[in-house]
Design a protein around this ligand. Structure first.
Ligand code: AMP
Ligand code: GLY
Length: 429
């Protein structure tokens, strides 16, 4: 069987690596892939981008299953196109992917279906947005409506900060948000206190299977300081998701979301990622939905998955997820992201990466998943903001952190940035 993975980040490297272990899988293509998927003899990069090119390739190569990594092709309707052409693909349709691609849609959906989340207002008019901030005060959260690569959210600690964020998002758009059809819009939310976790499930349109829990670290600096990024590291499982919290999330968030989507005529298929805020009483609320696996959550979750992912996703596209039970490694997986000089504002490309472990030297307890890398003249070079995710398995969070950091210190490129405290909330001092 041949498999196609769409995307070129660390999440897609991890997906392709895991799918390639499938008993019936002969070949895994990654479009477009990265320097790491190019190096791996089990994976084959193909330089395809548009949904049409991808569908033509899948048809010509008789691809048994296509798996979509990032949100952009989902929002562009790649799943709808593949299905219209009779090609098997795992992911949500364009309409279902609006749970991620439009914050305003997601908030209205949650309100309509009674799914716990922060109170909010939605604005296209700057004066009305400013007035809302003046009325509610800080802290308050300003979100651009539209895809923004994880950078369209400002947690404002002062009114001035909130006003500036509104001016940027409804005006100059220095964050480069991809606006939805009706133009610039902001969602302004009540600030929620608590601890975050990533709760990701697989959906086949009717049934749901939960993946292992995880937690990522969005700020660039140790101690959760500095600007937000796409994620600087993650670990799984996340102890903040106790069995009690887990049950509440399923009962109050996941099941009502899937039932609500079905009721609205948009049955959900694909990975569904609920970003949670869990308060001191263990009450979870939804921060956001993503219509895909997280990055770098995927890297740590897939390190722990023992089941054959290809077979699981075949069931998911068949509507038979009830026949599947997932097996997990009991150990902790922890991934440390190495980012480029200048990330997140202006990552520098071209720095040469040395000290990467040989793929076969990694064994099963350490994997270096590539993200923003490329091969050039026989060398691996930096080609994006998040460059590598060095992921280790060990018996405790602390040991997994030590193992990952030891490997990080062997790898070199100029200006490399990483955090030394990934997993700190789960490490007892
Ligand atoms: P989002 O892209 O919606 O997940 O937001 C990015 C990050 O901003 C989240 O991971 C949270 O850390 C923070 N955030 C978003 N919304 C809120 C909120 N209502 N209250 C507190 N923090 C928030
Ligand atoms: N790591 C957060 C995300 O993938 O959205």
């Amino acid at each position: 069987m041949k498999v196609l993975v769409i995307g070129g980040g660390g999440r897609e490297h991890a997906l392709a690596w895991k799918l390639a272990q499938g008993a019936r899988v002969q070949r895994v293509y990654v479009a477009p892939g990265n320097g790491g998927t190019a190096l791996d003899p089990a994976l084959h990069n193909v330089p395809l981008c548009t949904p049409e090119e991808l569908a033509d390739f899948a048809a010509a190569e008789k691809i048994a299953l296509t798996v979509v990594g990032p949100e952009a092709p989902l929002a562009a309707g790649v799943v709808d196109l593949f299905r219209a052409r009779g090609l098997r693909i795992f992911g949500p349709t364009k309409a279902a992917a609006m749970l991620e691609s439009s914050k305003a849609y997601a908030k209205a959906f949650m309100q309509r279906h009674g799914i716990p989340t922060a109170l909010y207002g939605s604005f296209t008019d700057a004066a009305a947005a400013h007035a809302h901030v003046d009325k509610h005060g800080a802290p308050i959260v300003i979100k651009a409506d539209g895809l923004a690569a994880g950078k369209g959210v400002v947690v404002a600690t002062s009114k001035a900060h909130a006003h500036a964020a509104i001016d940027d998002m409804l005006g100059s758009n220095t964050l480069g948000v991809q606006h939805n059809a009706e133009g610039a819009r902001v969602v302004i939310e009540e600030f929620m206190a608590g601890e975050e976790a990533s709760f990701i499930v697989l959906c086949d349109g009717k049934q749901v299977l939960t993946l292992a829990t995880s937690q990522d670290h969005k700020r660039i600096g140790d101690g959760d300081t500095g600007p937000n990024t796409g994620g600087m590291g993650a670990y799984s499982p996340a102890p903040v998701v106790t069995p009690n919290v887990h049950a509440k999330v399923m009962h109050e968030i996941i099941h009502p979301t899937l039932a609500g989507m079905a009721k609205d005529g948009v049955p959900y298929t694909g990975f569904l990622y609920a970003g949670l805020m869990i308060d001191a009483q263990g009450q979870p609320r939804t921060v956001e939905f993503n219509c895909r696996l997280g990055d770098p959550e995927a890297q740590v979750i897939l390190m722990r998955l023992k089941s054959d992912l290809f077979e699981v996703l075949m069931h998911a596209t068949e509507g038979t997820l009830d026949q599947v039970e997932l097996q997990w490694d009991r150990r902790t997986a922890l991934g440390v992201v190495m980012a480029a000089h200048g990330y997140p504002q202006s990552p520098r490309k071209g720095d040469v990466i040395t000290g990467l472990p040989a793929p076969d030297a990694e064994g099963t307890e350490l994997q270096v998943f590539h993200a923003g890398t490329a091969q050039r003249d026989g060398q691996v070079v930096v080609n994006g903001g998040r460059v590598l995710c060095v992921t280790a398995l060990a018996d405790s969070v602390r040991l997994a952190q030590q193992r990952a950091l030891a490997a990080v210190r062997e790898i070199h490129f100029d200006g490399a940035q990483w955090r030394n405290d990934i997993g700190h909330r789960a490490i007892r001092h």
